[in-house]
Design a protein around this ligand. Structure first.
Ligand code: ZN
Ligand code: ZN
Length: 686
């Protein structure tokens, strides 16, 4: 603890025990009360001098706590049925009570239950449960990064209370691909709702890697499915699952077909169309068409990430490869640093191949990059050309023109490799004037200013910085390709699948609505058959293939910090409150026997005001405390310590607001002791 902001001036031992009991007029009471209240005979003189009404302080405190609650509740989805025209009731608000009165259908019902990922504070936390009779199957189990609004929170995983209460019914988990917004909740949740796990080979590899960090000790049962073979697995009495190949920005991505007694469902996972995928595995739209024609598709659950973007991709991974080659051609003697997403295994392969062609060697840096490469090697998801890999510690042994470094940090993360290279904190590399740095990546919304900061710092070091979407400034082609399809791609998919019902998934609310509009306008799906849901909304589908939106199940998020430990909402709120207003602690040491203060009150403040510059305020607080203690202990009545603490807390909040217009968190500690202590405040000084 830094002691600069802790004040305990040695003062004369106070002797302010009122001689005449609690009826004595306090000093300073001659002043006319200015707070509009009638002066009480035993009123504290400090309080009497304040100009602020009690109610004003309370209102300020309430405003503050409402603000804190708003900031801290962005991940909580607790809405009634939304009022979009796709809400299942043609835009009418339909209350949960009205829904309860709907006539009940006999027999088992197919229930579509988004546990997370729909209409959240940002993209992430994807998890979809499908329930029929005694069986549940779940697609994905992702996390969400809440960003800097949530101090100290690294990520949020879905609240799976609904599934925990029905865990005996869960027949399996199927994963579409290995991105964290789809698998990041796995290591925290799987032991609470255990069931067999299915996915493609690389995806299972990523899940196994994640389990190495799990603390539960639970050993999931992993099963690899081959999408190319149209392999099918029966799950319980009600379901069978099949993976269908899609393209995306991570290897081995797949859509999931779930066959149910009511009809076949398709969940797309994340996808784009690629004419020439790096691993040669094309989006298997033909298989989806075949299922559509032979069996019919009851419901298409389609991701929404880039559906608002116009047209389609005009370039592919091989164009990105070519652009990187162009940069190498232009800069034969210079070192190249390529920053990209660590799971873009195919991009890494493109860099390796292009480096090989240009007689360069490649070193990889960044923990997640190396972890993902290991999984890729084990599951044959990457082909590494011969003699092209270099260790980071060996880059100094080669001339700059022979070196490519591939690293993490494209989002401007403070502690990632790229920033450490820029600041000189990296062990093996310091960015220099002659370096060329490529951002082979997009900027995830919310990270814009961090990327700018990183780019600016790199440019200050004198290097050339080439960012995707600004490559024309450098005279080369695009150096990144989004992992998600655009508007026209979605239209193409929906028209191939021809679903009866359509449910936009994987998106913020505006994306879901635009995805729904797209399906109605250009996908030929009837408006009443499109459901825009928030996480927790339930869609029921009946044996006659009718469907309606009914009620909600509890959903939400569990927060984790950097160490992987859970953080409660109370802690988050305190952190936000403290980050806004700071904290103010008073510690009183009172003799149990005499009721006298044994030392001058100890005052500690953090993030509020700098105490050494606020002597007048501190003296005021001390004066208040001395009077308060003297009167309280001197009254002769039995003291309730909790009441006293609360009174002091309220009074100090009042005085601080009166003097500063701020409402820090106020904490009162009273130590009642029998003898003079050595260090009575040590226990709270952390
Ligand atoms: Zn995703
Ligand atoms: Zn993804």
């Amino acid at each position: 603890m830094n002691d600069n902001n802790r004040v305990n001036q040695p003062q004369k031992q106070p002797n302010n025990r009122p001689q005449g009991g609690n009826r004595q007029q306090p000093a300073g009471n001659q002043n006319q009360s200015q707070n509009g209240q009638n002066q009480q005979p035993n009123q504290n003189s400090v309080l009497a001098r304040t100009q602020t009404r009690r109610g004003e302080v309370q209102r300020a405190a309430r405003r503050n706590s409402e603000l804190v609650t708003q900031v801290a509740s962005q991940h909580a989805i607790d809405v009634p049925v939304n009022k979009s025209v796709f809400n299942g009731y043609d835009g009418e608000q339909f209350t949960l009570l009205q829904q309860k009165r709907l006539k009940q259908t006999k027999g088992p019902i197919l229930r579509i239950i988004p546990i997370g990922g729909l209409g959240e504070m940002t993209i992430g936390k994807n998890m979809m449960a499908i329930e029929y009779d005694n069986d549940i199957v779940v697609v994905d189990m992702g996390l969400l990064f809440p960003g800097n609004d949530y101090p100290g929170i690294n990520y949020i995983v879905p609240d799976v209370t609904y599934l925990e209460e029905r865990k005996h019914k869960i027949r399996g988990f199927v994963f579409t691909h290995g991105h964290l917004d789809h698998i990041g909740g796995f290591k925290h949740l799987i032991h609470k709702i255990p069931a067999p796990v299915y996915g493609g080979k690389f995806t299972i590899g990523m899940l196994q890697k994640a389990m190495e960090e799990a603390t539960s000790g639970y050993q999931p049962q992993f099963n690899i499915l081959n999408p190319e073979a149209h392999e099918r697995v029966q799950l319980g009495d009600s379901f069978s699952i099949e993976l269908v190949r899609v393209n995306h920005s991570i290897p081995d991505s797949a859509a999931v077909v779930i066959r149910t007694p009511v009809g076949a469902l398709i969940h797309t996972g994340d996808w784009r169309f690629e004419e020439k995928p790096v691993d040669g595995r094309l989006f298997d739209l033909d298989r989806m068409r075949e299922i559509s024609e032979k069996e019919g598709v009851l419901l298409l659950m389609n991701e929404s990430t880039n559906c608002e973007d116009e047209g389609t991709h005009q370039h592919g991974e091989y164009d990105v490869k070519q652009s990187i080659g162009q940069v190498m051609d232009k800069n034969p003697g210079r070192r190249l640093i390529v920053s990209t997403f660590s799971s873009q295994i195919h991009r890494l392969q493109m860099v390796l191949e292009e480096a090989k062609t240009h007689g360069r060697k490649v070193a990889f840096a960044g923990y997640s990059m190396l972890q993902n490469l290991e999984v890729a090697l084990r599951s044959n998801a990457i082909k590494i050309p011969k003699d092209v890999i270099l260790r980071m510690e060996d880059i100094v042994k080669l001339p700059d023109g022979k070196v490519v470094v591939v690293c993490t940090g494209s989002q401007g993360e403070f502690n990632a490799v790229l920033n450490r290279m820029a600041s000189g904190a990296h062990k093996f590399l310091k960015v220099k004037r002659s370096d060329v740095i490529l951002f082979s990546s997009s900027v995830i919304p919310g990270n814009e200013k961090y990327v700018v900061r990183t780019v600016d710092n790199l440019m200050r070091e004198g290097g050339d910085v080439v960012q995707d979407r600004k490559t024309h400034l450098y005279g080369v082609g695009r150096i990144h390709l989004s992992g998600h399809g655009y508007y026209d791609d979605h239209v193409k998919l929906i028209n191939a699948v021809k679903p009866k019902y359509y449910l936009p998934v994987h998106g913020e609310f505006h994306m879901l609505v635009h995805n729904a509009e797209l399906a109605e306008k250009d996908g030929g799906v009837a408006r009443e058959n499109i459901f825009v849901c928030d996480s927790g909304d339930v869609v029921e589908m009946y044996p006659d293939q009718s469907a309606k939106k009914v009620g909600r199940v509890p959903v939400g998020g569990i927060m984790y910090d950097d160490s992987g430990e859970e953080v409660s909402e109370v802690v988050l709120k305190d952190r936000i409150h403290m980050s806004n207003e700071g904290m103010f602690v008073v510690v009183l040491t009172v003799s149990k026997k005499t009721g006298r203060l044994l030392t001058s009150p100890d005052i500690i403040s953090r993030g509020f005001i700098y105490l050494r510059d606020s002597e007048e305020l501190m003296n005021t607080i001390r004066q208040y405390l001395k009077q308060k203690v003297a009167r309280s202990y001197g009254s002769g009545r039995r003291l309730d310590l909790d009441d006293l603490k609360r009174e002091i807390k309220d009074d100090i909040a009042h005085i601080l607001y009166d003097k500063t217009r701020r409402t820090p968190i106020v904490i009162t500690v009273i130590n009642e002791i029998t003898a003079m202590p050595v260090n009575q405040t040590a226990s709270i000084a952390g």
